[in-house]
Design a protein around this ligand. Structure first.
Ligand SMILES: *Cc1c(COP(=O)(O)O)cnc(C)c1O
Length: 943
C-alpha cells in the first residue's frame, strides 16, 4: 500500500478528463496503442520535437498556491492616488463572489448562441444602457479592450464615418499619456497625423477629419467643450470625447456638449486595478453611427413565440465576415468586466452612484481646500476628482514623502504633482497627502463645488427600473442567480467550440486573481512596489518562450487580435529598419480567422489571399504564384498552425522556407497551440512571430467574451520591435494602455504552467488530439469529417460537413446547433472556417462520459435529420426546425407538432437535470431591422 502522501492525485489528473481506462477505450476506437503514438502519426516528423520542454517540474495545487503567495507578497499595496485612468474602487462582495468568482459567469462563451446566453446578454445590455445614459449618446457597444485602444478605435471611426479626406486627427494635449502613446502606435501605419492642441486655446489645423478631447482631462480639469465641438463640426470633423463614468454622474455629458463619440474605461465601477487590467473599455456613439461601432453590440429582438429576447446585433459587421474590409480587429473583448461594471450600477442605482460620485468630489474639494490653505497653488479650479498642485522643484520630494506615508501620488514633472481621489479615499489618506505637501491639516470643509454650474449635469440617467430594483443584497443575489441560470457555461456541460479551446479553468488558478496583492496595484506604481508582478511576468514570459521556441515574449497585448497587430507591427518595423520599406503585402490563406486580415490592414499592410486546396491545405502552387507576383513587396504570411481546418499541414516547413526565400516573414497564429505544446514549437519550425491566446490554451476563462491575453512571441531579430512601455519612447510603441496589459489575470496561466510541468502539458496535448480523433471517428459514419491530414487523422478539432445533409433534408447547421440545446449542449463553432459546417474541439478536459454524451446526441440528431429526409417529419415542422424547445412551449394546451412533447425536450439520453433555454429560437434579422441596444421598457415583456 502507498503511504497517503504518495497517493496525492497530481493536478494533471484533475485537468485531463479521461482516466487511463477511458483513454484506453478511446485509443481502441481510434486504433492506436498510445496517445503518443497517435501524435507521432498525426504530426509531421519534420516539425516534431525530440527533447522534452524545459520547464520547472510540476507541483501540487497547494504548493503552487504557496509559491504564488510568496511572489504576491513581493508586491506592496499602497493607497493609490495616481489617477491616470485607474482608481480605487470597492467591488461589492456580492458581485465579486457571484460574478467574478462564479464559473457560471466566467466559464461562459461569447454569446453567439443567444438562446443559451440571455443572462449575460441582459447584463451587457445593462452595460450598454449605463454607458449610453451617462455619456448622453444613443448607442453603446458591449465593451472594448481598454480606454487607450477605445480612443484609437474612435480615431478610425471618425475617419471612416466622416466626409473629410484629411489625414489629420486633432488630439487634446491634456489626454492620458498612455492613450496618446497608443494613438501614436495606431496612427502611424494608417498614415494619420496627430495634431496636439491646447483645449483652452486650440490652434486648429486647416483641415482635419476628427478630434479627441478629454473631459475630465488627464490633469483633472473639467471643461465645457461645446464651442470647440461646434467649431470642429463646422470644419467637417467628427468629435470624440474621452471621459469617466463616475465624473459623468455630476458633469455635463459628451453627448450634451455635442460630441459624436465617447470613450473611456469602466474600471472604477467595481473592477480592481490589477496592475492595469483587465477592465472594460467603452464606446458610445450618436444616432447614425451605430453601424460603425467596433466590437460587439447587444440588441433586442424577439423569439419564435414573440417574447423579448436579446442577441448580438449587426453580426455582419464582424471581422470574421468582413475580413480585409473589416474596420476593427476586435474579437475577444472584456465581457466579464463589463458585466461587473453593469452589476455595480444595478446594485448602487442612480441615487447610490450619485452618492459615491458626490463623496469623491467632496473629498477632492477638501483636499484642494487644505492645499490652498497651506499656500499650495493648484493648476485647475474646475475639477471632479483630480487636482494638480504646483510645487516648484519639490515634486520629487512630495511624492517620496507621500510614499513614505503609504500613498502613491503622480509626479508629473519636477514642479507638478497630481492627486486623484476615489471612492476608497479616507480621511487618513487626506492627512497623509497634506503632510507630504507639508501643509497644516485642518478639518477643511467641502461645501462648495469645483464643478461650475454650466457643467453641472442636468440630464437624467439610469431611469430604467433594473437600476432601481436590486439594491438589497438579497435582491441582487437573486438577480445574479436568475441571470446566470439562464445561461449555459462550462459549469453545465461541454462547449465543443472549434478554435476557442474551452478547457478546464481550474478554481486553484482563479483564486489568486482576487488576492489584494495582485488586485490593488496601480499600473504606474513605482517598480519597487510591483516586484511580485515582475517576477510572475518574468517567469511566464520565460516559460512561454520555452514552450513556443521563441526568444522574447511581450505580455502586453490584451487579446489575440492585439497580439496579431503587435506581431505585424514588429515585422513592419524590422523591415523598415532594414530599408525594405516597400514590403507591405501580407499573404493570408482563405481559411484564416477574420482577425488576421483585419490586423494586417491596421498594420498598414495590403492583404493578398492565398487559396486552399481540396484537402483544406494551403495551395502551394497558388502560394508560389503569389510569391512570384509579390516577391519584392512581400512583408509576411500569416498562417494558423495547425490550420483552422484542424489539420497538421505537412508542407509547413516548406512554406516557411519559401516565404523566407522571398524575403518575407512568417507569422504563425498561435490560437491552436493546444495541438502543439510539447510536440512542436512554431519558433523552431520556421516561424518568426506568433501570438498566443492565454484565454484558450492557457486556461484563462472565456468570461462570456473576454477578458483575454494575447502575448506576442518573436525570434531574436524582432525582439527590439515588441510593444513598448507607454511611458517610454520605443520603436513600435504600446498596443495597450498598461505596460503589461491585463496583468491582473496572469496568475491563471502562471498557475496552469506551474502545476502541469513539461509532461503535463505534453499529455494534455496528446489527450486533446486523441479526443478530437475519437469524436471524428465516432461521428464519421454519421457526418462526413471534412478534412484530415497524415494517416486520416485530425489535429485537436474536426469539421463536420453538413452541406450534403442540408441539401437533402433542408436541415441547416443552425437547426442542428439549436437542437443540441435540447440535448443539453452548447453548439460547436458554426460555419467557420467553412460555411455549412460545424467545427468541434473537445479539448483534453472532457471525460469520456461527456464526449460520448455529445457523440450520442449528434448521432441521435442525425437520426432526426433522416426522418426529415424520408418525409416522416415535414421539412417545416420537426424538432430541428422548432428547436430549442422552451418549458413554456411544452405547457401550451395545443401541441401542433407531428412529434411528441417527450421527443421535443427529452430525446434519448436527456435526463430530468437538463438545461432549459429561457427563450425559443431568436429572430436576429428582426432585431437588426428594428435596432434597439438598451434595456427595453418593462411593458415590452407583457403579452
Ligand atoms: C481566437 C482566435 C483569434 C483572435 O483572438 P482574440 O483573443 O479573440 O482576439 C485569432 N485567430 C484564431 C485562429 C483564433 O481562434
Amino acid at each position: 500500500m502507498n503511504a497517503p502522501s504518495e497517493s496525492v492525485i497530481p493536478f494533471v489528473r484533475r485537468h485531463i478528463g479521461p482516466d487511463a481506462a477511458e483513454q484506453r477505450r478511446m485509443l481502441d476506437q481510434v486504433g492506436y496503442d498510445s496517445a503518443h503514438a497517435l501524435l507521432e502519426a498525426a504530426i509531421p516528423e519534420s516539425i516534431r520535437l525530440t527533447d522534452a520542454l524545459d520547464l520547472p517540474s510540476a507541483v501540487s495545487e497547494e504548493a503552487a498556491t504557496a509559491e504564488l503567495r510568496a511572489i504576491a507578497g513581493q508586491n506592496r499595496v499602497m493607497r493609490q492616488m495616481i489617477g491616470l485612468g485607474y482608481y480605487g474602487t470597492h467591488t461589492p462582495a456580492v458581485i465579486r463572489r457571484n460574478v467574478l468568482e462564479n464559473p457560471a459567469w466566467y466559464t461562459a462563451y461569447t454569446p453567439y448562441q443567444p438562446e443559451i446566453s440571455q443572462g449575460r446578454l441582459e447584463a451587457l445590455l445593462n452595460f450598454q444602457t449605463l454607458v449610453s445614459d451617462l455619456t448622453g449618446l444613443d448607442t453603446a457597444g458591449a465593451s472594448l479592450l481598454d480606454e487607450a485602444t477605445a480612443a484609437a478605435e474612435a480615431m478610425t471611426l471618425t475617419r471612416r464615418a466622416g466626409k473629410s479626406t484629411s489625414n489629420v486627427f486633432v488630439v487634446d494635449s491634456d489626454t492620458l499619456p498612455q492613450t496618446l502613446a497608443v494613438l501614436r502606435t495606431r496612427a502611424e501605419p494608417l498614415g494619420i497625423d496627430l495634431h496636439l492642441v491646447d483645449a483652452d486655446s486650440p490652434d486648429l489645423p486647416e483641415d482635419y477629419f476628427g478630434v479627441l478631447l478629454s473631459n475630465p482631462s488627464a490633469s483633472g480639469a473639467v471643461r465645457d467643450h461645446s464651442a470647440l465641438i461646434e467649431r470642429a463640426h463646422s470644419d467637417g470633423a467628427l468629435v470624440a470625447v474621452a471621459s469617466d463614468l463616475l465624473a459623468l454622474l455630476m458633469v455635463t455629458s459628451p453627448g450634451a456638449m455635442g460630441a459624436d463619440v465617447a470613450v473611456g474605461s469602466a474600471q472604477r465601477f467595481g473592477v480592481p486595478m490589477g496592475f492595469g487590467g483587465p477592465h472594460a473599455g467603452f464606446m458610445s456613439v450618436r444616432k447614425g453611427l451605430e453601424r460603425s461601432l467596433p466590437g460587439r453590440l447587444v440588441g433586442v429582438s424577439k423569439d419564435s413565440a414573440g417574447r423579448v429576447a436579446y442577441r448580438l446585433a449587426l453580426q455582419t459587421r464582424e471581422q470574421h465576415i468582413r475580413r480585409e474590409r473589416a474596420t476593427s480587429n476586435i474579437c475577444t473583448a472584456q465581457v466579464l468586466l463589463a458585466v461587473m461594471a453593469s452589476c455595480y450600477a444595478v446594485y448602487h442605482g442612480p441615487v447610490g452612484l450619485r452618492g459615491i460620485a458626490g463623496k469623491v468630489h467632496r473629498t477632492a474639494v477638501r483636499l484642494a481646500t487644505g492645499l490652498r490653505a497651506g499656500d499650495v497653488e493648484l493648476v485647475h479650479e474646475q475639477f471632479f476628482d483630480t487636482i494638480v498642485a504646483k510645487v516648484p522643484g519639490r515634486a520629487e520630494g512630495v511624492v517620496a514623502a507621500a510614499a513614505g506615508l503609504g500613498v502613491n501620488l503622480r509626479k508629473i514633472d519636477a514642479d507638478h504633482v497630481g492627486v486623484s481621489c476615489d471612492e476608497t479615499t479616507t480621511d487618513s489618506d487626506l492627512l497623509a497627502v497634506w503632510r507630504a505637501f507639508r501643509v497644516p491639516s485642518g478639518s477643511h470643509s467641502s461645501t462648495t463645488s469645483a464643478i461650475p454650474s454650466v457643467l453641472s449635469r442636468g440630464e437624467d440617467y439610469l431611469r430604467h427600473p433594473v437600476f432601481s430594483a436590486h439594491h438589497s443584497e438579497t435582491s441582487m443575489l437573486r438577480y445574479l442567480r436568475r441571470l446566470s441560470d439562464a445561461d449555459f457555461a462550462l459549469d453545465r456541460g461541454m462547449i465543443p467550440l472549434g478554435s476557442c479551446t474551452m478547457k478546464l479553468n481550474a478554481t486553484t488558478q482563479m483564486e489568486p486573481i482576487s488576492w489584494g496583492e495582485f488586485a490593488h496595484i496601480h499600473p504606474f506604481a513605482p517598480a519597487d512596489q510591483a516586484r511580485g508582478y515582475a517576477k510572475m511576468i518574468a517567469d511566464l514570459a520565460g516559460w512561454l518562450a520555452e514552450v513556443t521556441g521563441y526568444d522574447a515574449v511581450s505580455l502586453q497585448p490584451n487579446a489575440g487580435s492585439q497580439g496579431e497587430l503587435a506581431g505585424l507591427l514588429a515585422i513592419k518595423a524590422y523591415l523598415d529598419a532594414r530599408g525594405e520599406t516597400e514590403r507591405e503585402v501580407c499573404l493570408i490563406p482563405s481559411s484564416a480567422h477574420g482577425t488576421n486580415a483585419a490586423s494586417a490592414v491596421m498594420a498598414g499592410m495590403r492583404v493578398v489571399v492565398v487559396a486552399c486546396d481540396a484537402e483544406g491545405n494551403i495551395d502551394m502552387a497558388d502560394l508560389d504564384a503569389k510569391l512570384t507576383e509579390h516577391g519584392p513587396r512581400l512583408a509576411a504570411i500569416m498562417v494558423t498552425y495547425p490550420s483552422t481546418h484542424g489539420v497538421y499541414e505537412s508542407a509547413i516547413t516548406q512554406l516557411c522556407e519559401r516565404v523566407h526565400d522571398a524575403g518575407g516573414q512568417v507569422y504563425v497564429d498561435g490560437a491552436n497551440l493546444n495541438a502543439l505544446l510539447g510536440f512542436a514549437k512554431p519558433g523552431k519550425f520556421g516561424a518568426d512571430v506568433s501570438h498566443l491566446n492565454l484565454h484558450k490554451t492557457f486556461c484563462i476563462p472565456h468570461g462570456g467574451g473576454g477578458p483575454g491575453i494575447g502575448p506576442v512571441a518573436v525570434r531574436a531579430h524582432l525582439a527590439d520591435y515588441l510593444p513598448g512601455d507607454p511611458r517610454e519612447k520605443t520603436p513600435v510603441g504600446p498596443v495597450s494602455a498598461a505596460p503589461f496589459g491585463s496583468a491582473g489575470i496572469l496568475p491563471i496561466p502562471w498557475m496552469y504552467l506551474r502545476m502541469m510541468g513539461a509532461k503535463g502539458l505534453t499529455d494534455a496535448t496528446a489527450q486533446a488530439v486523441l479526443a478530437a480523433n475519437y469524436v471524428a471517428s465516432r461521428l464519421a459514419d454519421h457526418y462526413p469529417v471534412l478534412y484530415s491530414g497524415n494517416k486520416g487523422l485530425v489535429a485537436h478539432e474536426c469539421i463536420l460537413d453538413l452541406r450534403g445533409l442540408t441539401k437533402e433534408s433542408g436541415v441547416t447547421v443552425d437547426d442542428v446547433a439549436k437542437r443540441l440545446i435540447d440535448y443539453g449542449f452548447h453548439a460547436p463553432t458554426m460555419s467557420f472556417p467553412v460555411a455549412g459546417t460545424l467545427m468541434v474541439e473537445p479539448t483534453e478536459s472532457e471525460d469520456l462520459g461527456e464526449l460520448d454524451r455529445f457523440c450520442d446526441a449528434m448521432i441521435a440528431i442525425r437520426g432526426e435529420i433522416d426522418k426529415v429526409s424520408s418525409g416522416q417529419w415535414p421539412g417545416d415542422d420537426n424538432p430541428l426546425k422548432a428547436a430549442p424547445h422552451t418549458a413554456q412551449a411544452l405547457a401550451e394546451t395545443d401541441w401542433p407538432h407531428p412529434y411528441t412533447r417527450a421527443e421535443a425536450v427529452f430525446p434519448a439520453g436527456v435526463t430530468a437535470g437538463k438545461y432549459w433555454p429561457p427563450v425559443g429560437r431568436i429572430d436576429g434579422a428582426y432585431g437588426d431591422r428594428n435596432l434597439a441596444c438598451s434595456c427595453p421598457p418593462p411593458e415590452a415583456f407583457g403579452d
